[in-house]
Design a protein around this ligand. Structure first.
Ligand SMILES: Nc1ncnc2c1ncn2[C@@H]1O[C@H](COP(=O)(O)OP(=O)(O)OP(=O)(O)O)[C@@H](O)[C@H]1O
Length: 593
């Protein structure tokens, strides 16, 4: 990736601020012209002073000259300050607004990606966070560097060089020779730093991700007394980063030294050449000061050029990963256009294979139906592929082979948002956002009234417990127990009230009495809806209208509870094991007397 690529990609974001950029360019020209005023004034002053030394003292003329000098130099400094301030204000305006725009675009883009994007190891939370953060920071810095730093500096250097050439071509040539040397050294420096920078970027992402992971799993870390082990792991990553950073800085020191030598060489050459011309009476003494100051105007921007070049190469490193992330059309959820007014919710899996991005095949030639008004259950041992099948139904992933139909049309042809608006999902692990209980339930229907939220909480057998809490519905939801949090997810489902309901172990962390209450609530809303339930709880499976048995990604049987049990096989083994685990004989004897 090079500057043209970056600018092309950034063009839609920069275009918005073209007014500010044009103004910045105007200020650039003014600033560059102003920078040449001091050397010219100095030359004039030295020459005038030298001329006056041989003549009798004329106090009035001295006052006029000194006064004029002070007025010009002060006026120039004030103007330069105003120009520099204007450039800085414009630069900040462009930079921070563009960062906001890029951030909004990035969030919009990555939230529209398929879950398979987030399943990739290089896209773990911490790594993505770092890539977004550093990517936006370095890109906006690049825009600022190009339009607000490089251009003023180059303009300043160009005007200064023009003036030197105008005064004397030889001095001009000497001043020019230094530039390619300087640029060559900077280029070498960048090339050598390239792989170090890549390493630094990867280790930084790894570090952020690892820290995220550590903080997320602090409970497990403490329960296994693994603090020292974790500290060691963090130290290992940090050491890698430190080594790379040191290498990076050492290389910089070496090349900075070489550039400093090149610059000093330039000063010496310009100085001695000018002295030579002065002694030959081809130049005035003022030319010495003029040339040194003009050469400074040429070399100081070039000196800064390295810092910019440095930031720019860093931006190149980060922008590659950043643009790979935000331009990954492969993971963009394809949106069909179908939005039906008469959605029935009849799903059909047709010879579906599904392989996760890491190559793990979760489903093989799977066929099953979900019918409106019926409850279908998926049963199987752990890892059989039940949740994977549900993820495909909700459109989180696409089948690798085969197709899924919804009301006879390919699910892929439907508008994904429309499908999800009609699906209520309760997963094994349900995310609880930081915020109050009310806010968390409201996530199911953002415009819901407080009454509707309370009604949903009642159906989820949570309302009474919420009222007993000191802050009621204003209690922080993350302070609730695991079972209570699961009921928040169930309350969200009741509030959303969708025609299609997918339940993946909905009562896994609930006590028996609450499980029964929730089962009754779900049973009450089942009518005229499509319900799919995954559960290891036999009571929830037995009542299903149709049961599919999955084993290692394949359907190995289907029917009703009775027919499947009679068939023997995996289903009867699961039921028998369940009965033995529950100690059903003793339970029956106790309960039934
Ligand atoms: N995000 C993922 N990336 C890669 N492989 C996965 C992913 N999620 C699940 N798998 C694999 O796919 C297979 C099916 O997993 P799935 O979660 O669908 O099983 P399950 O029947 O729902 O199991 P459980 O009853 O334990 O929830 C497993 O072998 C699992 O390791």
């Amino acid at each position: 990736m090079n500057t043209i690529h970056i600018l092309k990609k950034l063009f839609p974001f920069i275009r918005k601020y073209r007014g500010s950029l044009i103004l910045a360019l105007v200020l650039t020209t003014v600033g560059a012209l102003l920078s040449q005023v001091t050397p010219l004034v100095m030359e004039y002053s030295v020459n005038t002073v030298q001329g006056m030394l041989d003549k009798p003292v004329d106090k009035q003329r001295i006052y006029i000259i000194v006064g004029t000098l002070v007025a010009i130099l002060l006026g120039k400094e004030i103007l330069s300050l105003l120009v520099a301030l204007g450039q800085k204000f414009l630069s900040d305006r462009i930079r921070f607004r563009m960062a906001g725009d890029l951030y909004d675009y990035t969030i919009n883009r990555i939230t529209s990606y398929h879950l398979s994007f987030f399943a990739l190891s290089q896209n773990q939370t911490g790594k993505l966070e770092k890539r977004i953060d550093k990517g936006i920071e370095s890109l906006t810095k690049t825009v600022k560097n190009i339009f607000v730093d490089i251009l003023p500096m180059l303009a300043n250097a160009a005007f200064a060089l023009m003036l030197i050439y105008k005064k004397n071509v030889w001095v001009g040539l000497v001043a020019t020779i230094i530039l390619p040397c300087y640029i060559y050294i900077s280029r070498e420096q960048t090339l050598r730093q390239k792989s170090i920078r890549h390493n630094i970027q990867h280790v930084r992402e790894e570090k952020a991700n690892s820290l995220f992971g550590l903080l997320e799993s602090i409970f497990v870390v403490k329960s296994f007394v693994r603090e020292r082990y974790e500290t060691g792991r963090q130290q290992g990553i940090n050491l890698k980063l430190t080594e790379n950073e040191i290498k990076h800085h050492r290389t910089n020191y070496l090349f900075d030294g070489l550039k400093s030598i090149a610059e000093q060489l330039g000063v010496v050459m310009v100085f001695t050449l000018t002295i030579f011309f002065v002694l030959n009476k081809e130049m005035t003494v003022g030319a010495i000061l003029l040339h040194i100051m003009l050469f400074n105007n040429v070399s100081s921007p070039v000196r800064h050029l390295h810092r910019i070049y440095d930031e720019y190469t860093e931006a190149l490193t980060y922008s590659e990963g950043f643009f790979d992330m935000i331009e990954n059309d492969k993971y963009l959820s394809k949106k069909g256009g179908i939005r039906s007014n008469n959605l029935q919710g009849n799903f059909s899996f047709q010879h579906v294979d599904f392989v996760y991005p890491n190559g793990k095949q979760a489903l093989k030639d799977v066929r099953f139906e979900l019918k409106n008004g019926k409850t279908t259950a998926l049963v199987g041992l752990s890892g059989a592929g039940k949740s994977s099948a549900m993820n495909l139904l909700a459109g989180f992933y696409d089948p690798t082979q085969g197709s899924i139909l919804l009301d006879g049309k390919p699910l892929a042809d439907y508008d994904t948002d429309f499908v999800r608006e009609n699906i209520g999902l309760v997963m094994q692990k349900n995310h609880i956002f930081s915020g109050t209980i009310e806010e968390n339930i409201r996530y199911g229907e953002l415009n819901a009234t407080r009454e509707a939220i309370e009604e949903a909480a009642k159906k989820a057998s949570l309302h009474d417990q919420i009222l007993r809490m000191p802050n009621g519905y204003e209690t922080q939801a993350r302070e609730l127990s695991g079972g209570q949090q699961q009921r928040i997810a169930i309350a969200r489902l009741f509030l959303k009230n969708p025609p299609i309901i997918f339940l993946d172990e909905p009562t896994a962390s609930l006590d028996a009495i609450t499980t029964e209450q929730i089962k009754e609530s779900i049973d009450a809303v089942k009518n005229n809806r499509t319900v799919l339930i995954i559960s290891h709880n036999i009571s929830q499976i037995m009542d299903a209208d149709h049961i599919y048995v999955l084993s290692e990604g394949e359907i190995v049987g289907h029917g009703t509870h009775e027919s499947l049990y009679k068939e023997g096989g995996l289903y009867s083994q699961i039921i028998d094991s369940n009965a033995r685990t529950l100690n059903i004989g003793r339970l029956a004897a106790t309960v039934l007397g």
